[in-house]
Design a protein around this ligand. Structure first.
Ligand code: PAF
Length: 284
């Protein structure tokens, strides 16, 4: 696997693949990789001739009060996992390589959509995500890019950005990968103490309960959200940021659950903010 630390190295390698007529898939990550990321690489491997993963903790998507410094990092482990899953090149830039000094150009969807759900507590988050992902798209120029459903709002935001900025890139959404007991895989799970790790199971329990209700024909969004909320509230270590049923594209609240409705949550377990969700009728 090629380790590229500069934009130039990535461009030169991708240009060579292009000359050979090969298709390129991009898996953007912030590192500290787990089986969720591996599933994105596997999907990219199956759909593209060459796979590039980026490994970059992007400062512009963290507010000053968030966990940028503490965010877990282990590049050696990441390389091993990527190599095992057949990744061809990892792009591992420094902050200085990605952002010129005093960079002040951002990509932002100026609409209500990124202000809903996670955008309420993380107001600059999606601007940072759109900016870095659009930079990665410009650097790698992939045919396809792969994102997980766990960050369902991020997936919707990126799909919209790609459509509105006419990127000729196919965005492939991939299902949530869970631990054997149900907890959605996340690099932030590492922050949890053993007691919090047990408490964190309320998120997936609530997701499974919500799915069960919808699967049994309940379409009243309030009823589903209320039951999920009650289940989470019964856990003393959990503090709900939001539990919401929204349109899967606009992120606006819905009253009736139909195919494509996103039922999403963010819950603090101690100081760690975790997210989880399900999409009625499954991910399209
Ligand atoms: O989902 C993530 O890990 C990040 O938000 C992303 C898409 C790599 C952008 O930094």
């Amino acid at each position: 696997m090629i380790i590229a630390k500069t934009v130039r190295e990535v461009r030169e390698q991708v240009a060579e693949w292009r000359r050979e007529g090969l298709s390129v898939g991009l898996v953007p990550t912030m590192g500290y990789l787990h089986e969720g990321h591996a599933s994105l690489v596997d999907r990219a491997r199956a759909m593209c001739d060459r796979v590039v993963a980026s490994d970059f903790v992007n400062p512009t998507q963290f507010a000053p009060n968030e966990d940028l410094e503490a965010y877990p990092r282990d590049f050696e482990h990441d390389c091993n996992l990527l190599e095992e899953h057949g990744c061809d090149m990892v792009f591992y830039p420094s902050v200085e390589e990605m952002y010129v000094p005093n960079a002040a150009t951002y990509v932002e969807i100026q609409d209500e959509m990124p202000k809903q759900l996670c955008g309420k507590t993380r107001p600059i988050h999606f601007r940072g995500v759109c900016t870095v992902v659009s930079k990665l798209f410009n650097i790698v120029q992939p045919d396809r890019a792969f994102f997980g459903q766990k960050d369902a709002q991020q997936l919707a935001v990126i799909r919209r950005m790609v459509r509105e900025l006419s990127y000729g890139i196919e965005i492939v959404g991939c299902p949530i990968v869970r631990e054997s007991d149900g907890l959605a895989k996340s690099s932030r799970n590492t922050y949890l103490s053993p007691e919090e790790r047990t408490a964190a199971l309320v998120l997936s329990k609530a997701v499974f309960r919500g799915e069960e209700l919808v699967g049994s024909g309940v379409v009243d969004a309030k009823r589903v959200v209320d039951e999920m909320t009650a289940l989470i509230s019964a856990e003393p270590l959990a503090r709900i940021d939001y539990v919401s049923a929204v349109d899967g594209v606009t992120m606006q609240p819905v009253e009736v659950i139909t195919d494509g409705t996103l039922v999403a949550m963010a819950v603090y377990i101690g100081k760690t903010r975790l997210i989880d969700n399900f999409i009625a009728g499954g991910l399209k």
